[in-house]
Design a protein. Structure first.
Length: 116
């Protein structure tokens, strides 16, 4: 997108993709038909075999040194269900995070991007 024509082309392509997805999401029949085709035609003779078995354990020993170094500094961020209903509440985050006013530069530490 180094030239104006390239920028216009990529913008036009993004609009086509976005509007196509909007059409698909608003028309429930197309998505349902696609899933039916995927399940009943494309993958009828396929069986998924995962590489990880139910008996495989996570490789936690790979991070032992890092965890030993940082565990104590992480403890204040562990979720405490006896004091808070949710982890977001513990962090002081109100959900949903819809803002009715713009965020000030002070709230972000002066790092608001200039998108003008």
């Amino acid at each position: 997108m180094a030239t104006p024509i390239a920028h216009k082309g990529s913008l036009a392509g993004a609009k086509v993709q976005a509007l196509t997805l909007l059409d698909l999401f608003l028309d429930g029949q197309t998505v349902e038909a696609a899933w039916d085709y995927f399940n009943d035609v494309q993958t009828t003779d396929m069986t998924y075999t995962p590489f990880i078995t139910p008996d495989d354990k996570p490789a936690i020993w790979l991070n032992e040194g890092i965890m030993a170094q940082w565990r104590e500094r992480m403890r204040p961020f562990y979720y405490d269900p006896s004091r808070y209903d949710t982890y977001l509440e513990q962090l002081g985050i109100e959900y949903p995070t819809i803002r009715t006013r713009p965020i000030s530069e002070d709230a972000l530490g002066g790092s608001v991007p200039n998108n003008h």
